[in-house]
Design a protein around this ligand. Structure first.
Ligand SMILES: [Zn+2]
Length: 189
């Protein structure tokens, strides 16, 4: 059954149906063989050469390295639904800064995010009714990606586990034209 929250936003008909789904592992492994045949990254080191960590939404339209003109070995990329600053993102950033030398953080949220079309309360209620248990995590839905970036920056400024906070920037990526729009946060507030 399609979850009610997705029916409400009218996306049910756009979701691929299970009957037509074919696992793709065999094909992907064939592609991996092609990739490995011309592999040139064996000299890359574990420390990102740009001392940079990017936190971005998992959206399939965003090639994080490509939109920033970066290559393998230059930056950490930490991704989840929304690019939200969760405990696990803080865990990754803590390792990234304390052990792997990164000193700059860039946040990338975007327009037309999947989280914008789900209602958090409905979602929690739906899961509780269906499964008998509420999720112990928040889905972190939002309406305005610019406000959401601002909130993520504030969370980073508040955590003691990310020591280097001088160079934190936040952006909204426009999925219709590929441009990044900076979100300015007044740190004195
Ligand atoms: Zn998204």
């Amino acid at each position: 059954m399609t979850p009610a929250s997705f029916e409400r936003v009218g996306t049910a008909n756009e979701t691929p149906q299970d009957q037509t789904f074919e696992p793709s592992v065999a094909e992907l492994l064939r592609r991996n063989n092609t990739f490995a045949a011309r592999f040139h990254d064996s000299e890359l080191q574990v420390m990102p050469t740009r001392n940079l960590a990017v936190v971005a939404c998992m959206d399939s339209r965003i090639d994080t390295f490509q939109i920033l003109g970066l290559g393998n070995g230059e930056s950490h990329i930490i991704r989840n639904a929304g690019g939200v600053i969760t405990d696990d993102v803080i865990r990754s950033l803590c390792l990234s800064q304390r052990f792997l030398g990164t000193r700059e953080i860039i946040l990338i949220h975007h327009t037309d995010c999947g989280l914008q079309s789900v209602d958090e309360d409905d979602f929690r209620h739906e899961l509780e009714e269906e499964l008998g248990v509420k999720p112990w995590w928040s889905l972190e839905t939002f309406k305005d990606p610019y406000l959401d970036v601002r909130q993520s920056i504030q969370r980073l400024l508040m955590t003691p586990f990310v020591p280097y906070k001088e160079n934190i920037s936040g952006f909204v990526y426009d999925v219709t034209d590929g441009l990044l729009h900076e979100v300015i946060v007044d740190r004195d507030k």
